[in-house]
Design a protein around this ligand. Structure first.
Ligand code: PGA
Ligand code: ZN
Length: 438
């Protein structure tokens, strides 16, 4: 029986030791699905709302017992007896029950937990791996045909911005190991480079403590110092910068945008969008950067479209806080020629169905989709299956360090092992598409 028999939830801790929601759904057949919800730190203002209790007596107000209770009562009641394999119906029910545009009544953490736990239970019921179930639920032809695509990882090995206590303005400096013939080989190269980077930091007397996403967080001040270190680490590990391992940035520029200017401490003075773009141009000249995420602020559409016109053919421009996985914002971007890729975070929008729709809209409009974790994570690996199911070709899940990050990469290794020769690595194709080289 594929009907939902029970829905329950409880509070757990995320990787920052902050409370988050776990939902468990059980079907009539006995199939059980569990899902845990991640949480961001540099959140976009247009994201779906994460419900926090605000009770200063517990976890400094960060508790999620209200969201948990919403799952146990209203959501459980609404989903009980429903067909778990009809994901669209489940998600539409959740959206209607919440009744707000941004999931602020029940909480996106409550709604997403339920949505994903139902999908997992349904996959179990069908006896299918989750990635295959999601591919079917999306009603899509997989871009790779019968073969599944394993994504190129963006490994965030140097953390700055909101994710670390160092002075770096740019939030994420990432390795993109693409010039390899398999996912395991690419992950190996990225991880060896991560270890080489650790040695370089030690040699220079810099800290090797890690930030929220598992990357090192040394007290560097200039972005170019960080980029130089990555180049040196790639070479030290015996790889070719650019051809085998490229670089990517998440600038998270909304975080330092104020009064129409970009306040990078390394620049010494507030920059206009044009000046910031000129700084990126210099970096693009010097380093093999293939992707820049949130290069401009979430509301600075003019800067985004000007820079897309200028450099969109040369580098992938990813909208995270800009698009917040939201089809309306993505549609505006497509109309205005803004960016050419979208970061996908399930909890920015709140249900699996909406997420799949946004990915489909992106892919059918020539935008790449990069599936992403959050800086606050759990051991849940839903995003790994989502990346394979949608053939996205790119995933961002942090450094190969910290259990909650490694869990995502390990899940991809498991999927690859299971699929054997039915899986292909997105590899350099994904990067060539990102930088528009045929
Ligand atoms: P967040 O950061 O999860 O803290 O929002 C990740 C990102 O900006 O990509
Ligand atoms: Zn981002």
């Amino acid at each position: 029986m594929k009907t939902i028999r029970s829905v329950t939830a409880w509070e757990i801790l995320d990787s920052r030791g902050r409370p988050t929601v776990t939902v468990q759904v059980t079907l009539g057949s006995g199939a059980v699905g569990l899902a845990s919800v991640p949480s961001g730190a540099s959140t976009g203002s247009f994201e779906a709302v994460e419900l926090r209790d605000g009770d200063a007596q517990r976890y400094n107000g960060q508790g999620v017992l209200t969201a948990v209770n919403n799952v146990r009562t209203e959501i459980a009641e609404a989903l009980m007896g429903k067909d778990a394999t009809d994901q669209e119906d489940i998600d539409h029910t959740l959206i209607a029950l919440d009744g707000t545009a941004n999931r602020s009544r029940l909480g996106a953490n409550a709604v997403l937990g339920a949505s994903l736990a139902v999908a997992r239970a349904a996959a179990r019921h069908r006896g299918m791996p989750l990635y295959r179930y999601i591919a079917n639920a999306g009603g899509r032809e997989r871009p790779g045909g019968n073969r599944c695509i394993l994504p190129v990882p963006q490994l965030n090995v140097l953390n700055g911005g909101r994710h670390a206590d160092n002075p770096l303005d740019v939030q994420e400096f990432m390795l993109v190991p693409h010039g390899f013939d398999s996912f395991p080989r690419a992950l190996q190269a990225g991880t060896e480079t991560f270890h080489a980077l650790r040695k370089l930091l030690l040699e220079r007397g810099l800290s090797t403590g890690v930030g929220d996403e598992g990357g090192f967080a040394p007290a560097l001040t200039a972005s170019t110092e960080a980029l130089d270190l990555l180049m040196a680490a790639i070479e030290k590990a015996g790889y070719a910068p650019g051809r085998e391992i490229a670089l990517a940035l998440d600038v998270a520029a909304t975080e330092f945008y104020q009064d129409g200017h970009y306040h990078l401490s390394e620049a010494g003075k507030p920059l206009t969008a044009q000046e910031l773009g000129a700084l990126y141009d210099q970096w693009l000249e010097r380093y093999p950067i293939v992707s820049i995420e949130d290069a401009f602020a979430e509301e600075d559409w003019d800067a985004w479209s000007a820079y897309t016109q200028q450099q969109g053919d040369r580098v992938q421009l990813v909208g995270d806080d800009l698009f917040v996985t939201n089809p309306q914002r993505l549609r505006r971007g497509i109309r205005q020629g803004v960016a050419d890729a979208i970061l996908i975070k399930l909890n920015q929008i709140g249900t699996l169905t909406e997420t799949l729709r946004t990915i489909q809209l992106a892919q059918s409009s020539g935008y790449a989709a990069v599936i992403s974790h959050r800086s606050g994570e759990t051991d849940d690996t839903f995003i790994s299956d989502l990346a394979v199911a949608t053939g996205a070709g790119q995933i961002k899940a942090g450094a190969p360090s910290r259990g909650e990050r490694v869990a995502k990469y390990n899940r991809l290794l498991a999927i690859g092992h299971e699929l054997e020769d039915k899986a292909v690595f997105a590899g350099s194709n994904a990067v060539r598409q990102a930088v528009h080289v045929s």
